[in-house]
Design a protein. Sequence first.
Length: 260
Amino acid sequence: MLTEDHPGFSDNLYRERRDTIASIANSYRMGSVVPDVPYISEEHRVWEKVNLQLSSLYGLYACKEYRKCYSAFGLASEKIPQFAELNERLASANFTVSPVAGLVTPREFLSALSDNTMLCTQYIRHYSVPEYTPEPDVIHEIFGHCIFFLNDDIRDMNRLFGAVAKTACDDTIERLIRLYWHTIEFGVCYEGDKVKAYGAGLLSSIHELSNIESVSLRKFNIAEIETSDYDTMNPQPFLFCGDSFSQIIKDLTEHLNNLL
């Protein structure tokens, strides 16, 4: 359901496309080959434009761990990859993407990660705002998450979030999804004296990635992160920045293991 402030709310064709793509996800059965989505030319053009612009930003603003994965993944620039194709590429990493029609609960999303599966949307952001999306779309899922699953630390971290979520109480789930949001989705770290993105929401947003140096930074602190609210419908007003990617992974690993 699109809210009135969504850029595609008044676009009937876009809403019809969303419904069509959602119906494919709703008919999918876990474990089977993901059916192809019949993307239209306008959707492929959005993909191509965003791909070109993001690739030009990664050298400046993406962490080196992500840049290595991006180069290795080898995305086609002119068309949206199908999930079946993505799963073939991720087979060696023992991770899969599984389609969902829209947002799912934090518990459902996180718990699936423990089974080496990320629940992902297949629709694409509205054509009028290719530089930003207020919700996860196929660009976010692929650029932000799928590519980075080639990194051992990111895969292990996602699995660990999922393992904790499997048996967590509601209060822990709330703290866990805040931690996931401010790190795996919107985390930044220092490389030397430069701020670099490792969070999926930043790596898939032209607008937010190109502005990470102007956003207010807070020191990486898990206790503070777990009590910090977040806004899903607007660019992030602040980002938690760690001393290095490796230190963030170490601290998160220790913390999540203590929750098991």
